[in-house]
Write a protein that binds this ligand. Structure first.
Ligand code: SAH
Length: 242
């Protein structure tokens, strides 16, 4: 499916509400849209299939991360559980001087993300197949990233265990959430203490055009993560730290 002129207008307008000029990036977003809708016919990558949904709930929603002012040029960032590339791919398109590693445990999703990176010639992004628990226990990756991102992967305590071990002391984690995060923030306090993180900000926003409520939770890594974290694959989700 090709992105229509109405889709382009929605994308430009939604991005503009976030303070971003997407005009120079429209060709890449249009091509990404085409690759995603085509692949989704056979691969079942995302349940959101209509044009307005893809533009607003995937593209614009991913770009809302940029209202947090921490995304400066030169950073090395990992998107944990990127799925079909969200939020990592839209961010890689508009921030060519930030490097993005896009990690997912599902091979077909990583294969799709790798094809998009190649097709769009995104030299600042790399697709990685694997689990965060495994990657974070490898010395070459542990505590090396300036920041980690995650959208729709797990509750905050689990997300903290999957991301904080990958981030250097002084770096940050941005978790994209829907409204009503108070309970999971409360439940994550013990996990954050053990893992070496604190809540720095919770930014509340409304998605442009449709007004859906969102929260961006920013964690700051303040101390090294003890070597026993993350625990074995699957454990952080099954038995969140308390
Ligand atoms: N972030 C995307 C996908 C969300 S679905 C979006 O918002 O659209 C959650 C994704 O996280 C799935 O693709 C799943 O394979 C991945 N995932 C879950 N646990 C993971 C882990 N421990 N390590 C790596 N990927 C994981």
């Amino acid at each position: 499916m090709q992105m229509t002129s109405e889709g382009r207008r929605l994308l430009l307008q939604g991005a503009q509400e976030l303070g971003l000029d997407l005009e120079p990036h429209i060709p890449r977003f249009a091509r990404f849209f085409e690759l995603l809708t085509h692949a989704n016919q056979t691969l079942n990558l995302t349940a959101i299939r209509d044009e307005e949904g893809i533009v607003l709930k995937h593209f614009v929603d991913s770009l809302t991360c940029l209202i947090y002012p921490g995304f400066v040029d030169g950073l090395s960032v990992i998107d944990v559980g990127t799925g079909a590339g969200f939020p990592g791919l839209p961010l890689a398109i508009v921030r060519p001087k930030i490097h993005f590693d896009l990690l997912d445990a599902t091979q077909k999703k990583v294969g799709f993300v790798a094809r998009v990176i190649q097709d769009l010639e995104l030299s600042n992004a790399q697709a990685l197949w694997g689990r965060a628990e495994t990657l974070a226990q490898q010395n070459v990756k542990r505590e090396t990233y300036d920041a980690a991102l995650t959208r729709a992967v797990a509750s905050l305590a689990t997300v903290a265990e999957l991301t904080l071990p990958l981030v250097r002391v002084g770096g940050f984690v941005l978790a994209q959430k829907g409204a009503g995060v108070e309970a999971e923030v409360e439940q994550a306090q013990g996990a954050l203490r053990r893992l070496g993180g604190v809540i720095e900000h919770i930014l509340h926003l409304k998605l442009p055009h449709i007004g859906d409520e969102r929260a961006l939770i920013i964690l700051r890594k303040t101390a090294p993560t003890p070597p026993q974290y993350p625990r074995k694959p699957g454990v952080p989700a099954k038995n969140p730290l308390s």
